[in-house]
Design a protein around this ligand. Structure first.
Ligand SMILES: Cc1cc2nc3c(=O)[nH]c(=O)nc-3n(C[C@H](O)[C@H](O)[C@H](O)COP(=O)(O)OP(=O)(O)OC[C@H]3O[C@@H](n4cnc5c(N)ncnc54)[C@H](O)[C@@H]3O)c2cc1C
Length: 382
């Protein structure tokens, strides 16, 4: 297909495999889950069908290594085209696990990564707080030294997979006056004494909640990376994942467009099909063009990341910004083409309309992406 002419055969095969498995195997399991809570059957199925193996790649010596940014994008686009819940379950597993995979001690990696890769445990990435969203350096959850470790006190909010995740990558202040240079990352099991939480219910069926840390003891072995270097751990994870949020958006946008095209071919009014009205067909052409532009931006940012080019900040920011805004436009246009039926509860587009909103806010709101791009444009070349 010309849309994917820039991909290799194995890459295209990965995208197609994710889409097919999601449509045939995962969508029914997703539909049977409880909205807003972790669907453990779905996680196990992602492992059973080999998709988590793509996120947690094995070395010949049995160790684990990072997925490529491009493969992550292809998995996320393919899954999103057929099941947003399956897509989200896979993405959250990676987001929560990668700080551990990239910066954990050998013992913590050995304890958690095999279970996460097998879909037997769920992970969460806990950065946001009630008073620290976009401005993450303002976080106030504190970690104070305590004998052989640290005590964590404070609160996290809007944490995907909370409160049911089995292990969290938690970012806490260890040097309160040092801003982003005073943050440390920790691996915190759900069973830790003093850790509690409640689910939150959003517009979409996303598993998400709040976490309260009431003097939670975390042993020194559970520090991820170095003390006061946790922001780097968070940013390295987000650098890998940011283009793939765009891929999630592209997958949703493509599903919306496919549905609108089918509808425009079939639905008749005024003696012709909707697609025969130029006012409709040109809207579809516009959406298709923007989706392809978004896809190419996403793949270009992912390829830059995989080529080791750093920083990839502006490329990833452009990809995430353009793809998530395009997806909102695509879903809205597809609803307009469908008319009232798209608003019925249970319709694909009603579902996508609820799902498409959040990616413009999380992992850096659109305004933050524009900040990254404009700072790069206006930077002092010296
Ligand atoms: C579905 C979902 C899942 C999430 N999952 C996680 C998770 O797993 N882990 C986690 O840690 N967090 C998660 N979050 C939280 C998310 O990362 C934050 O919502 C996000 O960082 C924005 O923070 P905020 O909501 O507090 O908005 P604020 O920071 O209060 O910003 C509100 C708005 O102000 C504007 N704004 C803010 N700063 C600027 C600026 N500098 N310039 C211009 N405009 C600005 C933007 O329009 C922004 O949307 C999730 C959120 C959602 C919706």
């Amino acid at each position: 297909m010309t849309t994917y002419a820039h991909l290799s055969e194995p890459e295209l095969e990965l995208l197609r495999r994710a889409e097919t498995v999601a449509a045939q195997r995962l969508a029914p399991i997703a539909a049977a889950g409880e909205p807003g809570r972790i669907n453990r059957t779905l996680l196990a199925a992602l492992a059973e069908h080999g998709l988590l193996d793509e996120v947690f790649r094995r070395d010949p010596d049995g160790g684990y290594r990072s997925v490529s940014a491009t493969a992550l994008c292809l998995l996320r686009e393919g899954l999103a085209r057929s099941s947003t819940e399956a897509e989200t379950a896979l993405a959250l597993q990676g987001l929560g696990a990668y700080p551990i995979l990239g910066a954990g001690t050998p013992e913590v990696i050995a304890e958690w990564i095999p279970r996460l890769a097998a879909g037997q445990a769920a992970a969460g990435f806990a950065l946001t707080e009630p008073e620290a969203g976009s401005d993450v350096a303002a976080l106030t959850l504190t970690a104070t030294p305590d004998e052989a470790g640290f005590r964590l006190r404070g609160e996290k909010i809007y944490i995907s997979n909370a409160p049911d995740a089995d292990i969290y990558s938690v970012f806490a202040k260890t040097s309160p006056d040092a801003g982003s240079r005073g943050i440390t990352a920790f691996a915190v099991p759900r069973e830790s004494a003093g850790l509690s939480g409640q689910p939150l219910h959003l517009l979409s069926p996303h598993p998400i909640g709040r976490l309260v840390f009431d003097g939670v003891f975390v042993p020194r072995s559970h520090v991820l990376g170095e003390v006061d270097r946790g922001m780097g751990v968070a940013m390295r994870t987000l650098d890998l994942f940011r283009p793939s949020v765009g891929a999630f958006a592209v997958g949703m946008a493509q599903a919306a467009l496919d549905s609108a095209v089918e509808h425009a071919k079939r639905r008749r009014g005024f003696g012709r099909t909707l697609g025969e009205f130029q006012a409709v067909s040109h809207q579809l052409a516009e959406v298709a063009t923007r989706i392809q532009a978004a896809r190419l931006l996403v793949h270009s940012a992912a390829r830059a990341y995989d080529a080791g080019i750093r920083p990839t900040g502006q490329a990833a920011a452009m990809a995430k910004l353009f793809a998530t805004e395009t997806a909102q436009f695509a879903v809205d246009t597809a609803i307009q083409v469908h008319g009232a039926r798209a608003l019925e509860q249970g319709h694909l587009l009603e579902h996508l309309y609820r799902e498409v909103r959040a990616p413009r806010i999380y992992e850096g709101a659109s305004e933050i992406q524009r900040e990254i791009i404009s700072r790069w444009l206006l930077r002092d070349p010296g």
